[in-house]
Design a protein around this ligand. Structure first.
Ligand code: ADE
Length: 228
């Protein structure tokens, strides 16, 4: 069972992605618990203030220490987090290996930043992992957090069944996934490769591996490099 607490000023952005498809199934099965918290609950005044001007001047607000620290302290009063993650474009680039590692944890917190980001003292004192989902800037950490929780959630043992097994996903063995086909065997002038129709599981497996290798060589040779 993995519990993910998420701190955000925009819970609405996270509610839908966490309530459908495999994320829903993981929670229904009791294998994943996602709790979305409105940071303003820990605001410094009755107006819901959680951000302030930055020292030194410059455009853009900074998320204050106090609401974040109080929220974190309260959320771990029933047990410390294994990881406190801050979503930020200057974090480490998220990949399948990181997802695998996080799927084995018990209790994690994800902080979604907004505006210019969070006061650096929270990063120094509390945050254990800083994650970026790619080299581009989003308006906030919520969509990035949704990506991370989705990628992690489907890897928790028991969430996927054989049909949806993560073992055959792209990246799971540092290879892209092979092409797939379904009925009909012939569509317009395009045929499904014979080997898939012949029903020899060993040949199919070999073909898929070859195709995966070829795709990876063509599209992502860097993945093969990483193996060495
Ligand atoms: N917040 C804003 N941009 C982001 C990114 N690329 N990854 C993670 N969090 C972000």
């Amino acid at each position: 069972m993995l519990t993910v607490d998420i701190l955000t000023v925009l819970p609405e952005l996270l509610e839908s992605p966490m309530s459908h498809s495999i994320m829903k199934r993981a929670q229904d099965k009791g294998l994943l618990q996602v709790r979305i918290h409105q940071l303003r609950k820990w605001a410094v005044n009755k107006y819901g203030m959680v951000d302030d001007y930055q020292y030194g001047g410059g455009a853009g607000m900074v998320m204050m220490c106090e609401p974040l620290a109080n929220a974190i302290d309260e959320l771990q009063s029933d047990g410390a987090f294994d990881e406190i993650i801050y979503m930020t474009p200057d974090g480490r680039r998220f990949d399948q290996r990181m997802a695998n590692g996080l799927s084995l944890k018990g209790k994690i917190l994800i902080i979604c930043g907004h505006y210019k980001g969070i006061d650096d003292r929270i990063r120094q004192r509390y945050v254990t992992k800083e994650i970026s989902i790619g080299d581009y800037v989003l308006s906030g950490g919520e969509l990035a957090a949704a990506v991370v929780v989705d990628a992690i959630g489907r890897l928790i043992p028991g969430v996927l069944n054989d049909e949806t097994s993560a073992l055959t996903d792209s990246f799971q063995d540092n290879l892209l996934a092979p092409p797939v086909y379904t009925r009909p065997a012939e569509f317009r002038d395009m045929k499904v490769p014979d080997i898939l129709l012949q029903g020899d599981p060993k040949k199919v497996e070999e073909w898929r591996y070859e195709q995966a290798l070829q795709r990876t060589r063509e599209r992502r040779p860097d993945l093969l490099q990483d193996e060495e």
